[in-house]
Design a protein around this ligand. Structure first.
Ligand SMILES: Nc1ncnc2c1ncn2[C@@H]1O[C@H](COP(=O)(O)OP(=O)(O)OP(=O)(O)O)[C@@H](O)[C@H]1O
Ligand SMILES: [Mg+2]
Length: 208
């Protein structure tokens, strides 16, 4: 990205991130769900968000379609635009983490470099929790919750991930959830247990 603004200085706030985290009772962080279309990112992120909310944890979902309506409405699906899409979402998610909130992002985010760039630029090393939502392409295609695979196969959607555009699996994600082999409830539990075990949320808040 080219920095266009000059004479811009980061204004240090009076309320620290630690203050916000201790009031919220949880760490701020980014839970980055990545996987094929139809793998279950949105379903899982919203399922986890619901459970976190019930536990009193501060969380918020940033989801592909919603963000593409507003913040990233000017971007398409070319490789450059996909990279810019993910960069902006990463920056927004970092602000949520700074606010002491768990930001759950549900984007295909097919490029490894784009994801690694966010991990490399977070304020703390453990701020980026990469969750690979693993599901074989044929299962995703069978689910086809939005009818996108059907359109892609018919040649109506160019550059569709898994069909005519690549998906680069994470090499060392913090967590892998296999949505073809596990129910939604089991997948949600796996994520919550990981968050508790790693100290993002208080152990006592999750019945393990
Ligand atoms: N264990 C599971 N976890 C999540 N979703 C599951 C699971 N098992 C079956 N599903 C189903 O798989 C579909 C996943 O669709 P979803 O919209 O969440 O995918 P997505 O990864 O967000 O896709 P997109 O990238 O197109 O937004 C839903 O219909 C959901 O009910
Ligand atoms: Mg989705």
């Amino acid at each position: 990205m080219m920095q266009k603004s000059t004479n811009v200085h980061w204004h240090e706030g009076h309320v620290s991130r630690e203050d916000r985290e201790s009031r919220n009772g949880n760490r701020g962080a980014i839970l980055w769900f990545t996987g094929l279309s139809g793998s279950g990112k949105s379903t899982l992120a919203n399922g986890v968000d619901h459970r976190l909310h019930e536990l009193g944890v501060s969380s918020y979902v940033l989801d592909g379609d919603n963000v593409r309506h507003g913040l990233n409405g000017d971007l398409g699906f070319s490789p450059e635009d996909r990279t810019e899409n993910i960069r902006r979402i990463g920056e927004v998610a970092k602000l949520f983490a700074d606010a002491g909130t768990l930001a759950l992002t549900a984007f295909i985010s097919p490029y490894r470099d784009d994801r690694d760039r966010i991990r490399a630029t977070t304020a703390r090393p453990n701020d980026f929790v990469e969750i690979f939502v693993s599901c074989p392409l044929d299962v995703c295609e069978q689910r086809d919750p939005k009818g996108l695979y059907k359109k892609a196969r018919a040649g109506e959607i160019p550059e569709f991930t898994g069909i005519s555009a690549p998906y680069e699996e994470p090499l060392s994600p913090q967590l892998v959830v296999d949505t073809a082999e596990n129910s939604l409830e089991e997948c949600v539990d796996l994520v919550l247990k990981h968050l508790a075990a790693q100290g993002y949320i208080q152990l006592s808040s999750v019945a393990l």
